[in-house]
Design a protein around this ligand. Structure first.
Ligand SMILES: [Zn+2]
Length: 131
């Protein structure tokens, strides 16, 4: 077991724990994330699915064959992006109790970035996805 970090939705109906360090921490600027989050981008920490435990009921829908988005049905907070093959879960950085628990290390899909979003953090920018 690694370090445990906790978080949850705005109303408190959904709580989660992550175990250990994430696989990566990225900001995604793709159009799907913009729409799904209702936000200029999606900042998330990606974890092995076995490292994330969730308490409380979530609802989900598919934004691609490979990815489900999970949210709290009571308050609507968007919490997770879950790979449908069961391998990994993205956790929205802002939903951790410690909002500074993880900081992104790179930007992906900057080719679809909203124009007024200025990236001056010095982090690597990828035009699309990276493996
Ligand atoms: Zn909620």
């Amino acid at each position: 077991m690694g370090r445990i970090r906790e978080g949850g939705c705005l109303c408190g109906a959904v709580r989660f724990k992550t175990d250990g360090e994430p696989l990566n921490v990225r900001i995604c600027h793709c159009r799907t994330c913009q729409k799904a989050m209702g936000s200029p981008f999606y900042a998330r920490a990606l974890f092995d699915a076995r490292a994330v435990t969730v308490e409380g009921e979530t609802a989900h829908y598919a934004t691609s064959e490979a990815l489900h988005r999970e949210f709290c049905p009571a308050c609507g907070t968007r919490l997770f992006s879950r790979r449908t093959n069961g391998t990994a879960v993205g956790v929205a950085l802002a939903t951790f109790d410690d909002r500074n628990a993880f900081a992104p290390t790179e930007h992906i899909w900057v080719s679809e970035k909203i124009e007024w979003v200025r990236i001056d953090d010095g982090l690597t920018q990828h035009p699309g996805t990276v493996t």
